[in-house]
Design a protein around this ligand. Structure first.
Ligand code: PLP
Length: 360
């Protein structure tokens, strides 16, 4: 059994905490990934049905030492952000797209997909309860992390019978996007055709640690991955898709087996096309990048993802040579994309693409 869309009634049972951590938490400068809000959502897949949808105080969970996820990485996740907009409303950016992508990841990992209705009800109810964790301080948000693990206490390689879906959230401070120094990786491989690169599944990230740490030892912040076959074509960067502006054209690698289909990527492509910019989704080779740097045609390079939205890249290392790129202040396209996305999220301009989901 690889999928099941059987869903339950969407009643959420809520148990509130008696010990809120809110008072003691610095919401402006929290330590990302270490501080979690008061509650978490849980829904279990048992006997072929998603059931027991509930919100409970944030706490540790108990699993068997034989839990199949611990041994064989049956785990998938999502990442999105909730904001308090200028009208004091709580909003989430394109959550239905995260729900759909999670089902896609589940399918590749032979897990039952969480129905979009449970995913959305979960986000709505959890954010309603923990909305005081979201401030309107510029740049802050509440990071929302849905994830799903197999839970059978069984050491053997087969799809699990039972699964747990959860959502935890944690405050994120103002993101200081210091321009990045990145290395084009031509030795290690992140993903191959036929593999799991397009899925947000744990193993992809565990396997990427060693190459990233080696690059950091050489002074780079992150990697740009290349294709696993020839190490010739650009794929993506860590947890961001990557975009180039060459001769006023926005170019990015096409999505497929090996590249995660980023929601920020899609949003920026949409905004660029809407403003009449020329956009190309096509394979882009390392030699084309180096040549365009040498000819002075590479205007901007940036990573795009939920964490930073737009992360400027100022130095590219390739085959031991560091190439310095244009000054970030002069980057009119990426700065404009960032500004437009921020204004849509904060309700300062019209949400003409229907990306904003309001919690009420
Ligand atoms: C999550 C992720 C992205 C960015 O996706 P968004 O939906 O824009 O946040 C890009 N690449 C990888 C490998 C990722 O895990």
């Amino acid at each position: 059994m690889c999928s099941s869309d059987m869903s339950i009634d969407q009643k959420v049972y809520i148990t509130k905490t008696n010990h809120s951590k809110l008072e003691k938490t610095d919401l402006i400068n929290p330590i990302f990934g270490k501080v979690y809000a008061d509650h978490m959502l849980r829904c279990d897949f048992t006997k072929g049905v998603w059931q027991d949808l509930k919100i409970i105080p944030y706490s540790d969970i108990s699993i068997s030492p034989a839990n199949t996820t611990l041994h064989y990485a049956s785990t998938i996740f999502e990442g999105l952000k909730a904001y308090r907009n200028i009208h004091e409303e709580i909003v989430v950016f394109r959550p239905q797209d995260n729900a759909k992508r999670m089902v896609l990841s589940a399918s590749r990992m032979c897990m039952p997909g969480i129905p979009e209705s449970i995913f959305m009800t979960g986000i709505n109810e959890l954010l309603k309860l923990d909305q005081e964790w979201i401030t309107n301080h510029p740049g802050t948000s509440l990071y929302v992390r849905p994830f799903q693990i197999a839970t059978d206490p069984y050491i053997g390689i087969r799809p699990s019978d039972d699964y747990t879906f959860m959502i935890i959230t944690g405050p994120v401070g103002a993101y200081y996007s210091k321009p990045l120094k990145v290395k084009i990786e031509t030795n290690y491989t992140r993903a191959v055709i036929g593999g799991t690169g397009f899925a947000k599944t744990g193993g992809n990230y565990a396997a990427a640690l060693k190459p990233a740490i080696e690059a950091q030892k050489d002074g780079y912040d992150q990697l740009i991955w290349t294709d696993g076959l020839l190490h010739e074509y650009i794929e993506e960067s860590g947890t961001m898709n990557i975009m180039f502006i060459i001769n006023d054209t926005l170019i990015t690698s096409p999505i497929g087996d090996t590249i995660l289909n980023g929601i920020t990527r899609d949003s920026i492509l949409t905004i660029a096309k809407d403003r009449g910019m020329k956009v190309e989704e096509r394979p882009i080779s390392t030699s084309e990048i180096i040549q365009s740097i040498e000819q002075g045609n590479l205007q901007e390079v940036f990573g795009v993802g939920t964490a930073a939205t737009v992360a400027h890249i100022k130095t590219i290392g390739y085959n031991g040579i560091d190439y310095e790129l244009s000054d970030v202040k002069s980057r009119k396209y990426s700065l404009e994309f960032l500004d437009t996305l921020n204004k849509i999220k904060l309700g300062a301009i019209e949400d003409k693409f229907g990306w904003i989901h309001k919690i009420n």
